[in-house]
Design a protein around this ligand. Structure first.
Ligand SMILES: [Zn+2]
Length: 206
């Protein structure tokens, strides 16, 4: 009994330590996780190209502040993070600056701007890496197009959804390196022809 009690205490302490360690650097945003997954499901031919449960879940880490985001990245990869907007490093989690998380929340609370729609595109870009997409141009293009379908799914009009998609494309044009960019006509031609699912490496779940 005593041993069991000690073991139980041990696990509680370890869990408490883990939770404390995580929360001092970042918080998981469950709302953004749900938005990312539902949006990708909708973006695949409005839910017809993939079953909802086959879209891999995403842990959205919103770092406490910009400095924490940068120091965690720099400790991990040994290179400067000042130009890194967000990243995926394997597993379930994606890593976002607090400003990006805040701008996605703002997008869903009203303002549809280059910055807020662009942040939504960034969330989806990293969530697509979680689905197994590797090529940065393809990932960015599918992410920006997904902004349209997510906006519709969450109640936006077709006009609002197209504006948001176009603003996400503008964000990429202004802020992303050229190796991430596709021209608008090429991106739209691609997304008319095929779905992100074709490029994913999904888990074996049915
Ligand atoms: Zn990427």
């Amino acid at each position: 009994m005593k041993l069991l009690a000690s073991l139980a205490l041990f696990f509680v302490l370890v869990l408490a330590e883990t939770a404390k360690g995580a929360s001092s650097l970042y918080d998981y945003d469950e709302r953004l996780s749900k938005i990312a997954r539902e949006t990708l499901w909708q973006a695949a031919d409005e839910g017809r190209a993939i079953r909802r449960g086959r879209v891999e879940s995403v842990g959205v880490r919103c770092y406490r502040d910009q400095e924490t985001f940068e120091s965690v990245f720099e400790d991990r990869f040994g290179v400067r993070a000042n130009r890194v907007i967000a990243y995926y490093a394997g597993g379930r989690d994606i890593h976002l600056r607090p400003s990006t998380c805040e701008n996605v929340r703002l997008f869903f609370d009203g303002p549809n701007t280059v910055r807020t729609a662009g942040a939504y595109g960034v969330l989806l870009h990293e969530a697509l890496h979680r689905q197994g997409l590797r090529d940065e141009r393809l990932t960015t293009c599918f992410a920006n197009e997904a902004v349209r379908w997510g906006t519709r799914f969450y109640g936006g009009s077709e006009a609002k959804a197209l504006r948001a998609r176009n603003r996400a494309l503008t964000f990429t044009r202004v802020y992303a390196p050229s190796s991430y960019r596709t021209s608008k006509p090429n991106c739209l031609a691609l997304t008319r022809r095929t779905e992100w699912v074709r490029y994913a490496r999904l888990g074996s779940r049915p």
